[in-house]
Design a protein around this ligand. Structure first.
Ligand code: PLP
Length: 266
């Protein structure tokens, strides 16, 4: 039987913990065939991103068109988009091809603080991609960069959701994982009418590299299979919780979240 398909428009992580490497194995774990439009090649390890080279924007466009026109795309997500030119090219292409539900993970920097976006690109994500998005999934650092809102509690998390929805996405997930001093990890999902709090455990671990990518691709995989946004986000949160709980050290810096628990059928 032909599986459903999901497209990741994102960068490569030479360390294998984040980027398209995380997206593809998350799609696989969900029984979804992964498609790729590569945007950039990063040079990185557990200590940080040493640099990156972007793929020409017309090659990004051609990758999307090649798979969409032939194989069909049931849902798509973006990760690292590198430049404003690539972002504009992706936005234009999405007006020409059908990709189903569209998740924008507004990746701006790595956990080690290294930029994954050239400076003018954040504005392009806001104006070009958010209005086309079914769901956007910023973490708290990205919320601050995008809106100026510093999320410190439930009230500011809600204010951030309202500010982000102004940019035109259907839904926003304000991820609370990076909030200081909270015993639980509370994410807020909203379409401006409903405000759904998703609460989960907070794990004491350093090894969370690739967590944002993995969550966004888990959600995208469920959307590709026809789930509603609230159901896809709830399932994605359960998935990433297991990945974070079993994250492992690799290298001298930040280790990756673990996808291996899906193999344990005993
Ligand atoms: N490298 C690439 C190619 C990514 O797409 C991302 C996140 O989206 C990262 C690195 C950073 O991952 P993290 O913030 O988990 O370190």
């Amino acid at each position: 039987m032909t599986p459903r398909t999901a497209l990741t428009i994102a960068g490569s992580d030479s360390g294998g913990g984040a980027g398209i490497q995380a997206d593809l194995r998350t799609f696989f774990a969900h029984g979804v065939h992964g498609l790729v439009a590569l945007t950039a090649v990063t040079v990185q390890n557990s200590l940080g991103v040493q640099g990156f080279t972007e793929i020409p924007a017309d090659v990004v466009t051609a990758q999307i068109k090649a798979v969409a026109s032939d194989m069909g795309v049931n849902a798509a997500k973006t990760g690292m988009l590198a430049t404003a030119e690539i972002i504009r090219a992706v936005a234009k292409t999405l007006d020409e091809v059908e990709v189903g539900p569209f998740v924008v993970d507004p990746v701006a920097a790595s956990m080690t603080g290294d930029p994954l976006l050239r400076e003018d690109a954040l504005e392009a994500i806001r104006t070009e991609l958010f209005p086309r998005a079914t769901l956007i999934t910023p973490n708290l650092d990205e919320v601050r960069l995008l809106t100026g809102v510093q999320v410190v509690d439930a009230a500011s998390q809600r204010a951030a959701a309202e500010a982000l929805l102004e940019f035109g996405s259907r839904w926003v997930l304000v991820k609370g994982g990076h909030m200081q001093g909270t015993a639980e990890c509370v994410d807020l999902l909203s379409d401006g009418r409903e405000y759904l709090e998703l609460t989960g455990p907070r794990y004491e671990t350093e090894n969370t590299h690739g967590g944002g990518d993995t969550l966004a691709s888990a959600i995208t995989a469920s959307l590709a299979k026809g789930a509603s946004v609230p159901d896809a986000v709830a399932a994605g949160k359960k998935f990433i919780e297991r990945c974070v709980a079993e994250g492992y050290p690799l290298g001298a810096g930040v280790g990756p979240v673990s996808p291996f628990w899906v193999l344990d059928k005993s």
